[in-house]
Design a protein around this ligand. Structure first.
Ligand code: AMP
Length: 288
């Protein structure tokens, strides 16, 4: 496994892989690798001849007062995990290698970036889309792998690929969870043992919403109110949002049908956690 620190080094490696006819997979990460990242590596390995993982704590996607400085960084352990999963190259540029100073051009979603997490993290998805577009241009993968855990990110980046004509196939892999349902996240490391216990409430609320929908309650307001109640009843947990939206447009739905996304975010002290579930309703049989 090679570690590439600069754009020219990455380009050279990519060129060699592509001219040898290899199908190239990219897994973008911010490091602090865990089982969620591992699952993306496994899928990328399965589908591609060569896999590059990027490790870059992207300053553009953190707002003022957010956790950029204390975001967990564990480069040596990350390399060990990547190697175990058969990753061929790590692209780990410095901030000055990746971000022009001062930046003048960005890639910005329109409304999709202002919904859900965008409300409390303005500019976040512009930071994400800008850096992922740069990674796509530098590493030119055939296929890029993302986690359903960050549903809004996956939807926005898929639209970016579509709207800006990147010749890249997007693969979104399922959310990997702890046994009690908590979605695995690098930010779970911030939680005290007591907060860790309480953190499962987000998954419980989403799961409760899912169960109600599957039982035939199809009013989004009712489902949202039920999810809010579960979260509000938990001690030490602050509701950011819990919404029922269309899984492709991320917009609110009037009636639940087809496929919807239940998405939520909570705060436990300074830690903000997100999670989501996709709920698919079987299509009603047409009468003939
Ligand atoms: P991050 O390092 O948190 O930016 O995540 C890098 C990629 O891993 C993103 O595409 C995430 O959606 C994905 N990811 C993070 N946590 C999980 C998880 N628990 N299950 C599946 N994918 C995940």
């Amino acid at each position: 496994m090679v570690v590439l620190r600069t754009v020219p080094a990455a380009r050279k490696w990519v060129q060699a892989a592509r001219s040898a006819g290899h199908r190239l997979g990219l897994v973008p990460t911010m490091g602090a690798l865990h089982e969620g990242h591992r699952s993306l590596f496994v899928e990328a390995r399965r589908r591609c001849d060569r896999v590059v993982a990027s490790i870059f704590v992207n300053p553009l996607q953190f707002g003022p007062g957010e956790d950029f400085d204390r975001y967990p960084r564990s480069f040596n352990l990350d390399c060990k995990i990547a190697k175990e999963e058969g990753i061929d190259a790590i692209f780990a540029p410095s901030a000055s290698e990746m971000i022009s100073e001062p930046p003048e051009i960005n890639v910005s979603p329109w409304r999709m970036g202002e919904l859900l997490c965008g409300v409390s993290r303005p500019g976040h998805f512009t930071g994400v889309a800008t850096v992922v577009a740069k990674l796509f241009n530098i590493l030119q993968p055939n296929t890029a792998f993302f986690g359903q855990k960050d549903a809004q990110q996956a939807v926005i980046l898929s639209r970016m690929v579509q709207d800006l004509n990147f010749p890249i196939t997007m693969v979104v892999c399922p959310t990997i969870r702890e046994q009690d349902g908590l979605a695995i996240s690098s930010r779970n490391k911030y939680l005290s043992p007591q907060q860790r216990e309480r953190a499962t409430v987000l998954y419980k609320a989403l799961h409760h919403g899912e169960q109600l929908i599957l039982a035939g309650i199809l009013k989004p307001d009712r489902i949202e109110a039920e999810m809010h109640n579960v979260i509000k009843a938990a001690k030490g947990v602050e509701l950011d949002y819990a919404e029922v939206v269309d899984s492709l447009s991320l917009r609110k739905v009037k009636k639940i049908e087809g496929e919807v996304l239940l998405a939520g975010a909570v705060r436990l002290g300074k830690t903000r956690l997100i999670d989501n579930l996709i709920v698919r309703l079987a299509k009603k049989r047409q009468k003939v």
